[in-house]
Design a protein around this ligand. Sequence first.
Ligand code: SF4
Length: 495
Amino acid sequence: MIFVELKGHDFLYQVKDIISLFFEDTVVEYIVDSSNGIFIFSELKKNLVTNDSVKLYQIETSISNNGILCHHKVKNFELSKNLDNVEEKKALKREVKRELYVSLSVYTKSTVPWGFLTGIRPAKIVHKMLNEGLNCKEISSKLENYYLLAKEKANLLLNVANIEKEIVNNTNSNMISIYIGIPFCKTRCLYCSFTSNSIDKYKDLVSDYLKAVKYEISEVSKIILSKGYEIQNIYIGGGTPTSIDAHYLAELLESIEKNFNLNGIKEYTLEAGRPDSITKEKLCIIKNSKVNRISINPQTMNDKTLEIIGRKHTSKDIINSYALAREIGFNNINMDVIVGLPNENIIDFNTTMDKIKSLNPESLTVHTLAVKRASMLIEKKNTVKFISNKEASLMINMAGEYAKEMGMHPYYLYRQKNMTGNLENIGYCKKGFESTYNIQIMEEKQTIIALGAGGITKVVYPDKNFIQRAFNVKSIELYIQGIDEMLERKKSILL
Ligand code: SF4
């Protein structure tokens, strides 16, 4: 347990975030006893001196252990008087986080690859700097010297942001993306925190679910028509959409093509995630539709790990499904892997990457395991072995090397809470295979209409830096019953 005392600010959430970078699984509480264990004090003194253009602030940070002062630091800084309240608060939070990061780094004699950046979408900071007119050298310097990123992460972020910028800038303001969720899977993976339900348990509801989704598609198509939107991307995810029977899959794809104008579509992805859901019939149905990108996601190519994570298939099944997809003519296949799966070591990961390399997909998404509260893994985490942060870093680097050997470059990235080693998820691809949907969802510069259980529609106003959201419930039963209500919510923000 770590105790904190905050004075002059209430940024407990941000303080906890920074503490978690250095102390995993540690409970942080407001001060109870400063003489026992680690005690952190953070004080913000505001408006010490003001003149016509700036205000002066001071942050004092100290760390003690069992009542003995180990570290103490005072920093003065200025902010422009022209900042509005929101901007000023953001800047103050950033400074408090930075000071705490620096102090904990000194105290623990360690650094973290992403410095004190804790947000999900780190590239957004680079986009902001690019929009302010900073050049690449200035941005790199700010990432390394102010945000305290390791050099390789600063370079990665800058490269990714530049690729994303090109795609985001090439998007017309009336273009949108569509997400459709099919929340069924054969089994639930140990680490899964998505809206996923057992297809066997829910088989009697699939028909009604599909009926509700098709109704939502036809109603949303009217909204799209009345707004004059153009669909840039469609993404069918879940769950595993290929879990449903072939005739349902055919119905879904037909309904999409009947209702939506797909003439200008750039990317149409369907997650054929798990080989235990893939059949030749389903792949042929997908190939005969306008889908132009599929994802076959092994996560690991080690059979013992597949068993541990609750997949009822082998690595051979992955290879067979992939070969079948190629034979049927799919020429844009993504594969996902996860760094840090339970009981895996660097040799296991090397095996996975070797096999992926021999399959030679067009894109590869490398996730770092995040133990989420909604997953079964949280309950079992004491019964399995996890890699160290250092090993996770080595594996992430190894994946990057393999991606390079496969002729790929990083094109998008995001971070999550509780990721092993506070690392990142990176999308790699061969030139020209950048997923525009993945970039749009990360950059939040485009309206995305989400259909199906658990979908979150986001209406984006990039000029005002403002996003409105409408939620679809996660429960399949409630989604079927409440579809009209959810459509009303959508209309209220879209029309
Ligand atoms: S395949 Fe994906 S959605 Fe399905 S249970 Fe596994 S992680 Fe969750």
